[in-house]
Design a protein around this ligand. Structure first.
Ligand code: HEM
Length: 513
């Protein structure tokens, strides 16, 4: 007891605990591998997957570490990650096996510690395990929340917000530089806040008051990456010692309080009705009109709300940020896109959503950005609900399955000069990102594919078209394209570590209407 007190006084207790955890983890890895090593003289069996590896092989950039492994071992790999049998696939053909041929048996999600805490016991759409509850809420999502009709009904929100984006850039830029990333982040978050909650937090100053943005940033970080405890479910206590659990609890409580306030406000009978139903209205209607087959609790409503934010805010911003970064580094592609948009829409007019179908080169740029910088480089994990055989390999039930779409997008078998940013490769080519072409999977595919694809794509296309139509873009004085920091940060979605700062030179004035 006395020595414990001494350790605490000296501040040595945390490091001692950390060492103990490290030893426990190493021992666990050692024992689990030992138990699974094949007997030395057995011939290799085609029904066994080729590799047994460990968690430490993943590092901080799982998509890159997994690519190195698959280059040595092939497009389907078995990793014993702690206590969890894990399969990684990294070719278009294998992805098709998982997300099309065997889509149903692979359509569950593992129960991640972070998702259990943040998403009301994983009762959201993205982290809910396969079953009747997930099928019901997915149906609500497809038919009610993110249907084509609903997404179109928010066209006015995108139009207003993209105009605000343009004005913000104009106000700040000429002749100075503008932090484009910051402006794009505001645009993407404001569109989503208005779609989901009918209000724009950045305008009302509420954004900071609630600390809403910081909550989102914190949740992205907590959800992202590969956390040790998720691979050692029997050692969940690690999360308490490392402080991860208390961070999750704190963030959860902040979100919960925020959502409670919003819902209370919304249920107030004296509230002024807004012009379009937002997603919270839709969810509350579904909740009110519960049927015997489908009923939602208020916690279910909050879980789905949080899903919309977690999945929808930073996503569109990150894609726009990468697209503009690639364009500033590839001036020929930038000029070609500007020429296309400006030749179709005269300079004094504004680009609107109804014009977007004409911009083939702009769409090619977005596809090329998705190919090189998929937002979720290793798709959200799936879990097999029964034994499945793929390519002669037996994958047992309850295996975790990762699809490395980052590697698939750079596979030289599918793409010529894969490291090059070359939108022309998509001109006259039918490959699209809607989940039918397994070489390009930024939104995933199959039953668990992204239901926000239409909303995401429209928000991105409109903003990119307006940015290229309205401004000429340059790097700040004395900055060369090679100086841009392209370092990635791995979270639930992968973004650039530094903001993109550019000079925006407005073209002729657009008319107001
Ligand atoms: C550029 C924008 C976006 C990209 C690149 C993207 C990408 C993805 C990806 C890769 C997945 C996992 C798919 C899989 O496991 O096969 C996913 C799932 C999901 N996304 Fe998106 N997303 C975007 C925008 C949105 C938006 C705007 C929303 C809604 C507001 C949304 C809602 C969801 C939901 C609810 C899921 C979980 C689906 C399920 O598990 O059933 N996403 N998204």
């Amino acid at each position: 007891m006395a020595s414990l007190q001494l350790l605490m006084e000296e501040g040595l207790l945390p490091s001692l605990l950390a060492s103990l955890i490290f030893i426990a983890v190493v021992l666990k890895i050692f024992l689990s591998n030992k138990a699974r090593k094949p007997k030395p003289n057995l011939p290799p069996s085609p029904s066994k997957l080729p590799l047994i590896g460990n968690l430490h092989q993943l590092g901080k950039m799982p998509h890159r570490s997994l690519t190195k492994l698959s280059q040595k071992l092939g497009p389907i790999i078995f990793l014993q990650l702690g206590e969890v049998p894990t399969v990684v696939v990294s070719s278009a053909a294998m992805a098709k096996e998982v997300m099309k041929t065997h889509d149903l048996p692979f359509s569950s999600r593992p129960q991640l510690f972070s998702a259990k805490w943040l998403f009301y016991d994983s009762t959201d759409i993205a982290f809910s395990p396969y079953g009747s509850y997930w099928r019901d809420i997915r149906k609500i999502c497809i038919l009610e929340l993110l249907s084509t009709k609903r997404v179109e009904s928010f066209g006015f929100v995108r139009a207003e917000e993209v105009s605000r984006l343009i004005h913000r850039i104009e106000a700040e830029s000429s002749p100075r530089t503008v932090n484009l990333s910051e402006k794009l982040r505001l645009y993407a978050n404001d569109v989503l806040c208005r779609v989901v909650l009918g209000r724009n937090f950045s305008e009302a100053g509420d954004y900071d008051r609630h600390g809403f943005h910081s909550m989102l940033v914190e949740s992205q970080e907590l959800l992202g990456g590969f956390s040790i405890g998720d691979f050692f479910p029997s050692m969940e206590f690690i999360h308490t010692i490392t402080g991860y659990k208390s961070r999750l609890e704190k963030t959860f409580r902040r979100f919960d309080k925020f959502f409670d306030e919003l819902i209370e406000e919304r249920l107030d009978p004296g509230r002024k009705k807004s012009r379009e139903k937002d997603l919270l209205d839709v969810l509350l209607d579904v909740q009110k009109n519960a049927s015997s087959e489908m009923s939602l609790t208020m916690n279910n409503v909050k879980a789905i709300l949080l899903d919309m934010f977690a999945a929808g805010t930073d996503t569109t911003f990150i894609v726009l940020d990468w697209a503009m970064t690639e364009l500033i580094m590839n001036p020929r592609a930038m000029r070609q896109a500007q020429a296309e948009v400006r030749s179709i829409i005269p300079q004094r007019e504004q680009v609107s959503e109804k014009d977007l179908h004409q911009f083939d080169y702009l769409k090619a740029i977005i596809k090329e950005t998705f190919r090189l910088h998929p937002l979720i480089p290793v798709l959200l994990p799936r879990e097999s609900i029964q034994d499945v055989t793929i390519d002669e390999y037996e994958i047992p039930a309850k295996s975790r399955v990762f699809v490395n779409v980052w590697e698939i997008g750079r596979d030289p078998k599918s793409w010529e000069s894969p490291e090059e940013f070359n939108p022309d490769r998509f001109i006259g080519c039918d490959v699209d990102f809607k989940g039918q072409d397994f070489e390009l999977l930024p939104f995933g595919a199959g039953r668990r594919g992204c239901p926000g694809i239409a909303l995401g794509a429209m928000t991105i296309e409109l903003a990119l078209a307006r940015l290229l139509h309205r401004f000429d873009w340059e790097l700040p004085l004395n900055v060369r394209a090679g100086d841009l920091d392209l370092t990635e940060v791995y979270g639930i979605s992968m973004h650039k570590i530094t903001d993109l700062v550019l000079v925006a030179k407005p073209q002729l004035h657009e008319s107001i209407c």
